[in-house]
Ligand binder design. Structure first.
Ligand SMILES: [Zn+2]
Length: 376
């Protein structure tokens, strides 16, 4: 595990890099609000994102109720717009619309992406995660791909890839949280899901792109890079926690706080993912910022997700301290994401030094900071 604070040789440049400006775009951000205001509010999240140096973000569709219709997407965006206007924020706000097993909903969601340019893509939960959005059965999954292909949807489908048939959440032991990684949500679940969905999308000649959210296995990164079919142009993103933390953290005193989907991986995989990321084999970093209430994390099976949005500038400093070159830093934290979602002309790359004081203050709105060890 990378513990920069423990390594004086790395510490000094890291602190220097923290003073450098950043301009990031996070395409994977779980805004809450609506009925989940107790986990977080959009107002708090957007102020935190602005302080962190984000030029823009795209919200995932699983607040409660989930963003599965044009109307709900618009209601959520206008909530964000009011905050942006009130505080004169510079960041740009987008959403991904959620897919369900209902064919009519899929058709209307496609229509929504055509009517509302700020709905930049679709998100499909191919396995159960947080919230009520998921498409579990393979016949339903194929039907979704068929509908997307038939309707000529050419933009991005973001997939949460975990194969339900290879997961068993019942094996989780609260007094031994590493079971989440070792038993409940093994690597094979992600690999299997990716292979199945590539085959399904190919079989229906899906004309859009596939983006694998929060990739956590070297196999899937390798498969994406080796892919040479005429369609799909698969891409993937990695979260800071999957490339910086290994699964031993799950058995640390605050282990349940870093429980997430997919699970943190063992050190071999973590190191492999970091190498692939630095080698340019992973397109972009996405935070998967996903705050939960203290109560949700204290449950017998704690909620999955980390409130890691404020880690953005720290992770950029870690990238720089580990000698990632500036072209690549810009690409993985901004360029690749805005290009993937067709926002190159809409979101401006405008580096600024994050407001760390404000950021620290706003992070206190969450009951735990999973990246505390990187903060002075
Ligand atoms: Zn997520």
């Amino acid at each position: 595990m990378v513990m920069l604070k423990l390594d004086p040789k790395v510490l000094q440049p890291y602190l220097d890099y923290l003073k450098m400006p950043v301009s990031c775009f996070c395409p994977h951000w779980h805004g809450r609000d609506f009925e989940h205001w107790n986990k977080d509010t959009l107002e708090h999240a957007l102020l935190l994102a602005e302080a962190a140096g984000l030029a823009g973000l795209a919200a995932m569709p699983n607040p409660e109720p989930p963003l599965t219709t044009l109307e709900l997407c618009r209601a959520y965006m206008s909530l964000a717009d009011r905050v942006i206007k009130k505080y004169k924020l510079s960041l740009k706000f987008y959403v991904h619309i959620g897919l369900t097993p209902n064919t009519e909903q899929v058709k209307r969601a496609i229509e929504a992406t055509r009517l509302e340019k700020r709905i930049i893509s679709m998100k499909a939960y191919w396995g159960r995660s947080t919230g009520s959005l998921s498409i579990i059965h393979e016949d339903q999954q194929l039907k979704v791909w068929e509908t997307l292909a038939k309707e000529g949807y050419e933009k991005v489908v973001i997939g949460h890839h975990e194969d339900e048939s290879l997961m068993n959440d019942k094996l989780f032991k609260r007094d031994n949280p590493i079971t989440w990684s070792l038993l409940c949500r093994p690597e094979i679940a992600e690999i299997s899901s990716y292979k199945k969905h590539i085959a399904m999308a190919e079989s229906v000649k899906f004309p859009g792109r596939i983006h694998v959210a929060h990739v956590s296995t070297c196999e899937v990164v390798d498969l994406i890079n080796a892919y040479n079919g005429p369609l799909l142009r698969p891409s993937c993103g990695v979260t800071p926690h999957h490339w910086i933390f290994d699964n031993t953290l799950l058995n640390a005193p605050y282990g349940c706080e870093v429980k997430c989907n997919p699970a943190l991986r063992d050190e071999t995989t973590r190191a492999g993912i970091q190498r692939l990321f630095f080698d340019g084999k992973i397109d972009l970093q996405e935070s998967d910022h996903a705050p939960h209430s203290e109560e949700d994390k204290k449950a017998e099976t704690p909620a999955s997700g980390l409130a890691c949005g404020s880690a953005w500038p720290y992770t950029v400093a870690i990238m720089r301290a580990l000698s990632m070159n500036e072209t690549q830093v810009k690409n993985v934290t901004f360029g690749a994401a805005v290009s993937l979602f067709g926002l190159t002309d809409k979101v401006e790359y405008k580096p600024r030094v994050p407001d760390f004081k404000k950021l620290a203050e706003l992070q206190k709105g969450y009951h735990f900071d999973p990246f505390y060890m990187f903060k002075a």
